[in-house]
Ligand binder design. Sequence first.
Ligand code: FPP
Length: 246
Amino acid sequence: MPAATDQTTQLVPGAPRHVAIIMDGNGRWATQRGRPRLFGHHAGAKRVREIVEACPDFGVEYLTIFAFSTENWKRTQVEVAGLMSLFRRYITKETRALKVKGVRVRFIGDRVRLDAKLVKLMNMLEAETAENTLTHLTIALNYGGRDEVARATQRLAQDVASGLLHPDDVDEETLPRYLDTHVLPDPDLVIRTSGEARISNFLLWQSAYAEYEFIDTLWPDFTKAEFGHLCAAYGNRDRRFGAVSS
Ligand code: FPP
């Protein structure tokens, strides 16, 4: 088998280059089955693998998934601890497959509040997959859009204070360089599962011109086929970025 990094992305006309997903509905999926919420999160983790591996088939080069928000700490201690343990398990179990499949993994969000063992695994996964280029998977963990902008602004202000940056040079190209996503293109398509039509503090700056799909499917039921359908539908949209259609 050729090295994964030798593979080139299949060209799909009109494909969204960067898809971001709010994976919602794990809790309801579990409750419908009379099972604890964590059962739904485990089912959701299995979907992550299927969707990541489907990206090259649909021309998606960048996939960003919302795994844990800065607001999710308000959940019960049992659910938070269960999710953290699931993230550790996911990294440990999936590193090899991600590496072989050409997936480069990055994490965004504030790592300060995360436990040291998890942060170590996150750093390891980023390093282990750093040479891959086929699919860029970004996992948002302890991520909030407002928190990200606040942290970026703090770093920008430090550069102004130390004379590295002049206030007159700050424009809309400047701030993104300080965001966690500074190496990523903006998302073209944002999908939210489970019937909720809100963005919940996800990629606030970056999604200014994204197309949105709010679908009823609960995340553990989301399939490769539905993902493909949404990517194809994106190709039919007329993105004008504020201009007039030609
Ligand atoms: C939202 O559903 C989901 C989350 C807060 C967690 C997302 C996590 C996963 C999909 C697990 C695996 C992720 C990785 C990266 C291994 P919810 O619990 O709010 O559902 P509800 O709205 O039905 O209660």
